[in-house]
Structure formats: C-alpha cells, structure tokens
Design a protein around this ligand. Sequence first.
Ligand code: G6P
Length: 749
Amino acid sequence: MKTLRLQLRFLLPLLLALAGAAYLASSLLDQLTMRWFTRDLNVRGAAIAAALTDTVGDALSERRPARLQALFERATKDERLVAMAVCGQDRNPLRRSPSFPTDLSCRDIESVAAQEDPRVTVAGGPVHLGLHEITLENGQRVSIALMQDVRFAELRSQNTQRYLLAFMGGLGLLVALITMVVAQLSWRGWMAGARSLLRGDGLLLPPTGTVSTTAPELEPLAHELRHRLRDLEDEFRRAQGMETSWSPERLRSLLQTQLRGDQVIVVSNREPYIHDQSPTGVVVRRPASGLVTAVEPVMRACSGTWIAHGGGSADRETVDAHDRVGVPPEHPDYQLRRIWLSEEEERGYYYGFANEGLWPLCHVAHVRPVFRESDWQQYKAVNQRFADAVVAEARSEDPVVLVQDYHFALLPAMIRERLPRATILTFWHIPWPNPESFGICPWRREILQGMLGSTILGFHTRFHCKNFMETVDRLLEARIEPEHATVTFGGAETLIENYPISIEWPTPETVARWAPVAQCRQAVIDRLQLPPDARIGVGVDRFDYTKGILERFHAVERLLEKYPEWRGRFVFVQVAAPTRSDLEEYQAFQDRIQRVTQRINRRFGQPGYEPVRLLATHHDHDAVNELFRAADLCAVTSLHDGMNLVCKEFVAARDDERGVLLLSRFAGAARELREALIVNPYHVEETADAMHRALTMAEPEQRERMASLRTTVQENNVYRWAGRMLADAGRLRLRDRIQARVEREGSRG
Ligand code: G6P
C-alpha cells in the first residue's frame, strides 16, 4: 500500500504533464492544419476563377445574365463551393449566385480575404472567403468572389485532434504502466538489498573464487558499511593483541570456540623430532631452529598433523604405513607426517633455491644470492609434493593450514587451488627485504603470487609487512589497502599482519627442575675448564653467516685490546650448531670463524685460558639453558634476523634476574626487548664497549633491566603469537561461512 501511494505521488505529476503536452500539441496542430487548408482553398479558388474567366467574359459581354446565372448554379453544385459573385472594379457586385448573402458586399469580401484566416460564419456555417481578380478578353478587370465551405476542414481538424489526444492518452497510460511495474520490481529489489545490508550479509567479502551478490545500486552503501565493519574488526584485533596471559589452555579453548575444533595442519621443512641412528640405537634429536622452538608447543596444544621433511637417518624406521609417527615420543600429542625427498630434490629445493637463493636474498647480509633454473624447478616440484600431502591429510574441505617459512612460498596458492575453502596462514620467519632487493629474484612474481594464496600472511615486524606490501605494489597488479593491512589479488584477499613470534614461557614445574644459577655456573666452569673466577659471555646460534658471529668475535678481540683488565678473566663461549654445511658458503664461513678463533686465542690466550671457546656441535635444550644461567652476558649480534628467539630464551632462563643481554638492532626482537643493550654489530668498537658495560653493570641495574625484559617475554609468549593468528583466522572463517550460507540460501530462494 505504501509503495502504491509512493508511486501515485510520482505518477500523477507524470500524467498531468502528459495531458498538458497533449493539449499544447493539439492546439498547435489545429493552427497548422487550418493554415494548410486556407492555402489549399486560396489555390483552389484561384484555379476556379481562372477556369471561369472566358465564360464570365462571354456572359458579361453578351449581357446575358441568364447564362451567368446558369454558370453560378452549375458551379455551386460542387458541395464545397457555397456561393459565388462577380464584382466590378469598383467592388460592386455585378452578379451573385442566389446563395450569396445579400448583406455581404464585395468590399467586405476583399477585406476578409486579405486576412491570415479568411473565415467567417454565415447562416449555413463557417465559410472561407476569397476574391480573385481576372482580366477578361476585352481587357476589363473583374473579381470573382468565392465562398467555400470549410466545415469539412474543421471536421478533419477535430478528428486529428481526437486521434492525437487518444494517442497521447494511450502513450501516457503505457508509460505509467511500465513505470509502475519497473518501480515495483526495483523497489522490492532495493528493499531486499537494503534489508540484507542491514543484516550485514552484503558486507561480507565473497569467499575466494565467488562473486559479490550486493545489488550494484547498493554497492556504494555496502562499500561504506564494509569500511566501518572492517574498522571495527581492526579495533577488535588490536584490542585482542593487548591481552595478556596466553597459555596452552587458552589457545586450546580458542581452537574449540572460534575454530570449532577444526583440523590444524602445519607444514614446515624442518621436522620437530628427528630420529637418528647412533651406536647405542635410535636416538631422538630436537633441531636448532627458531621455527621449531615456536611452533612445537603450539602443536602440542592444538593436536593435528605436522607435515615435514623426514631427514633423520632413522626416520623411515619409526613411521607407520602412512609415514606418520606420534610425537612428542614420550607422550604423543599430535601426528608427524614425514615427506621423503630424494637427494636431487633436497639439493635443488632446500640447499639450492631456499638456502642459496631466498635466504641471502631476504637477509641482505652481503652474501650474493644464487638462482639456478634447475633449483627453481625442484623448488616448484617439492612445493607441489607438500601440497599433495596437505590435501591427502585434510579431513574436511576447509582445514586450517599453517604454512611455515621461505621453503614454501608457492605452497599457499597450490593448496588454495585444491582446497579453495581452506584457511591458509603463512608465516614468513625471516626478514622481507625492500622491493629493490627482492626484485633481483628471477621468479619474483611467481613467489608473490604463490604467497598471496594465503588467507593470512604473517611477518615478525610491521617493517617487514610494509616491505612486502611495497614489493607487491611494485611487481603485481593487486589492490593494497594499508589501513586494513590487506592485499587483494586475483579476487582473493590476504591479510598481511605482524605477529612477533616468541617462545614458550617456562612453567613453574620446569623452573623447579633447573639447577640453581651458581651450580650451573660451576658446572660450565668445570666442563669447559674455565678459570674459577671467569666472567662468562655466551652466544648460541646456528653456524650461519647471518648471525654476526664474526663481528661478535672481533668485538671480543677489541674488548681485550681496549680493556686489558679482562684478559685472563673473560671467556666468550660460542655454541654454533652445524647447519647447511653442504653449502660452500657455509663451509667457508665456518672455516673462517675457526681461524679467527684460533687467532684471538693465540693473541690473548695463556696456559689454561682461552678467551674464545667455539663449540661447533649440537647442544640440546638443557645444555643451552645451563649455559644461559651461567653467563654474565649473552650476545645476539645478528646482521639481520626476522626475530631471533635465542635472546628470549636467555631472558626466560634468568629467573634470578641477573645477566645482561646485548642485542643487535637488526634483529626483529630489538623492537620488543628495549631494555637490552642495543648494538650495531657492524660497529665493533660500540659492541666491545657494550660488552665492557655489561661486565661492569651494577646488580640493581641488571635486575631492573632483566625484570622488565622477563615481563615482556612472558606476556608476549608463543601462545599469544599463535593465538592472535588463529583468532584472526577464526574471524575470517566465520565471515566466509556466513557468506557461503547466505549464498546457498540466496540460490535456493
Ligand atoms: C631459520 C629458518 C627456519 C629453519 C631454521 C633452521 O630459523 O627460518 O625455517 O628451520 O633456520 O634452519 P635449517 O636449514 O637447519 O632448517
């Protein structure tokens, strides 16, 4: 009813306007047709007068009025010719037909005939008057007055008007009818669209691979509302990021509530547990990997499946028929699914493209990246093999897949192709360089496209997110919305967010098992045969050129040069876990470090004292923890590092709130751990001075700094890292699910 009233409000003026137009058109037409008729009648009159010239001349010259009378009678038999007369030059009627009104003089006729509309009304109705001069044979000039019936003309004009009015009326009705139907339909569409917008349906971005269902005319409104909604979401995300006390329980409950207990699949190159052959049988080893350190506790909390390269010498012996083994070995919480790689695959994909190409490319640590076509082919093929494994392990069409690191840049898009509804969270554990540096990679676009198959793409710092977005901006046709931290490529949106990775904060039970600090210190002194009063500095790294081990040793050397009081007393213990030793670059680097160690020890060593102790072997977590607890200072001097978890582990190990952390400003962790002594590792003098400052730092300052660092790491633990990511995933999944439901209902209705 309301819509009808609205439509009438629109239709009435429309109909009135049409009626006015019809009236105007008909009066114009009337004038026009009358003008045509007048002209026709004038022409016709002139023709009649010309035709009668001779007859009139004869009749007048012979003075035979009867003949003229007969002519008049004949002529006025024409139904349109009402009357006629012959007027002399003096405008007196010489002869007139009987029907010619006696009160009408030739002068009257002359003045009416000169008018634009020479019509008058006589007893019989409207007539047209014309006066046509003719010259007779004898040279006499007379005029023939003709009175022609114009009723037929008026009749025709009236008929034309009637037809026109009928036509306009019909047209008006047709237009009104069409308008009503269209208005009714689009009103319903609008109302339905607006209602669905208000419900929030049209505000959801279509799930990957589908098209938005919002009516095009409502798109601006939907766009605006979408913006508002995303602002709210952003705020919600930020608010959630601030919350403290993330624990395994909280992560588990998040999985149950926000992810409805959906399956979680992790993919990484390095496996969390390596089974190796040893003289005493099969032993289990935990690799030196920040990635594994962070993701493993998350998997223990989430269960699910972890897919990784089975690289241990006894790995094949420990899996079941499906290449799976439950881990941790002492109390299996989740499944480890191993993928076997041939030597050729490992050489091309892992050593070649990942570690000779992408690793130096992203770290910009002055080692040239090497890109070989054959490595790239292996990289693609191995990524595809892992994608197949993800599909095989998926129990539903929409698992949550956590893709780890630069070994799998192509994997997200490959998974997306086979499981379009999967939620893919990719975490890039290493830095992302600026667009110019990244641009030297021959397959830069393929890599970006592969990564943008992710639902969420995580980096450690805002800075790396910014670099990534700028790289995409430079190399791909994608829509970037920095205010919402999203990149839309090929119709699918990826959230680019920073999630600073961290460690599992030790539980009180774990801490209770640790030996006291003094005991740890004594154990280290004894084991390494250090001077009894030694001041100990430690470094714990993979034996990698990005870690700044060389620069650190130069700083130790400078310390001993500049502050001789430390000679014989200060020992720097460096744990360097062997890594990627098959690569020449690594062998050369490791050899160089050995040589520098020897040189420094030759220069400042004494019997029973070596200032640098290089322990280039794998150390398990307990051994490293003992070292951390024994140390006066811990040096993390990476030349470039995504985050670096060693510094966080050192902080976690120092429940006595003692010990000083030296931290490179080029490690992601420097943005969080502000109370460390922040150094530029390339500046040897500065690092040496920082070492001296650490060794001489008063206890209260140590305590103050360490207490603050511990609060930061405890709050920003690895459960928060995973929790924030999974909460974002849950939110996006919910959005996709609602959208899919709305579309299903829409297609049914
Ligand atoms: C870095 C990478 C990880 C890798 C770790 C150990 O932290 O980001 O992906 O697991 O190094 O390196 P490796 O080559 O021994 O696995």
